[in-house]
Design a binder for this molecule. Structure first.
Ligand code: FNR
Length: 360
């Protein structure tokens, strides 16, 4: 590609060219038939924007708050593992900070929480997996808290790892995770070529359930968000157990194939939550118009997964900055062309879903 990338899809192509196939496949791939992977993106295409005209949009303000923290736009960096296969997580952290967005650092980061915390000053959240050895997860929560992270995002859709066939074929190995050094034994880590799935099933606590939210609350004073909600039933439970927020997510379609495209269940969750806690959203966001649609359906903010990694792989820290800036520019333009001067102006009436069309 001779010219500079102008959208996420062009960054993806650059990332594909820049990375060894094994790493690109790890980042880009989904579970099994990848039906949900495809649908996460395509379901956005079926939502129509209903623009309003003759509104003074000479100034558009995208700023908002997430758990009370100011952000330049309703956009966050999703927690994604193993950035250092492309560039270290500190590069992502610096770019997120420069763009005024909150980064969620993955539990399976290759840089340590201390390195990320000292890389630059910014509001950050920490994503948590609960390991069979609970003391490892507890220690990670404490380290995050000590290093100024402002919230814990508990990923609850991963009692086991989804079947990612590209990783199986490529014999993708779990690399050493400096973040967990001294906590997870080298034996569990590498085991002479342990694959991702074997590593996950030896470490992840598949017995984790709703009552364990109490345990998590007992070990941290940070607000807790549950990530991986796809149904109204679980949204109601999350409100009942008293978490600070939830993330509608199917883990970027890497876990259960044929689970719903996230944008198709966002409204169900929003209606169940009834404004009691903020609802974040991720999965398939590739354009500013996608962000606008998720906000119109009730999300407080969206988290961006693969596009960040594509920027990182293509052009390091500057690539992440450019992906975030591009998405912000696209959102700002969408807002202006739809007659919305601020995030609060984006309403349910600004979109028409497939369901709406069936009922009208
Ligand atoms: C992820 N995701 C993820 N989620 C999480 O809670 N902890 C993690 O360590 C990871 N790791 C991870 C690695 C890679 C390579 C990807 C692509 C995704 C899921 C992530 O947080 C988010 O839910 C999705 O990436 C959102 O979908 P998009 O934006 O990638 O379509």
């Amino acid at each position: 590609m001779a010219s500079e990338p102008v959208n996420v899809s062009e960054f993806q192509e650059l990332a594909r060219q820049a990375l060894p196939k094994m790493y690109y496949d790890f980042y880009a791939g989904g579970a099994e038939d990848q039906q949900t992977l495809e649908e996460n993106v395509k379901a956005f295409h079926r939502i129509i924007i209903r623009p309003r005209i003759l509104v003074d949009v000479s100034r558009v303000d995208m700023s908002t708050t997430i758990l009370g923290y100011n952000t330049s736009a309703p956009i966050m960096v999703a927690p994604t593992a193993l950035h250092k296969l492309a560039h270290p997580e500190v590069a992502t952290a610096r770019a997120a900070a420069a763009c005024g967005t909150i980064m969620a650092l993955s539990f399976t980061s290759m840089c340590t929480v201390e390195e990320v915390a000292s890389s630059c000053n910014a509001v950050r959240f920490f994503q948590l997996y609960v390991y069979k050895k609970r003391e490892i997860s507890a220690l990670m929560v404490q380290r995050a808290e000590r290093n100024g992270f402002k919230a814990i995002i508990l990923t609850a859709d991963t009692p086991r790892l989804g079947r990612r066939e590209a990783d199986i074929k490529n014999k993708m190995i779990s690399p050493q995770l400096k973040n967990l050094e001294g906590l997870v034994s080298t034996e569990v880590h590498t085991d002479k070529g342990s694959n991702m799935e074997a590593f996950a099933s030896r470490t992840l606590d598949a017995s984790l359930c709703w009552k364990d939210i109490g345990w998590l609350k007992s070990i941290t004073s940070l607000p807790i968000l549950i990530k991986g909600i796809l149904t109204r039933e679980d949204a109601i439970k999350a409100v009942e157990v008293g978490v600070a927020g939830i993330v509608v997510s199917n883990h970027g379609a890497r876990q259960l194939d044929y689970s719903p495209a996230t944008i198709t269940v966002l409204e169900e969750v929003i209606l169940a939550v009834r404004g009691r806690i903020p609802v974040l959203f991720d999965g398939g966001v590739r354009r500013g118009t996608d962000i606008f649609k998720a906000l119109a359906l009730g999300a407080r903010a969206v988290m961006i997964g693969r596009p960040i990694i594509y920027g990182l792989a293509a052009k390091g820290e500057d690539g992440v900055r450019r992906v975030l800036s591009m998405l912000k520019d696209e959102l700002e333009l969408t807002m202006a062309l739809s007659g919305c001067c601020s995030v609060k102006d984006i309403t349910r009436r600004h979109v028409m879903t497939e369901q709406d069309r069936l009922h009208c």
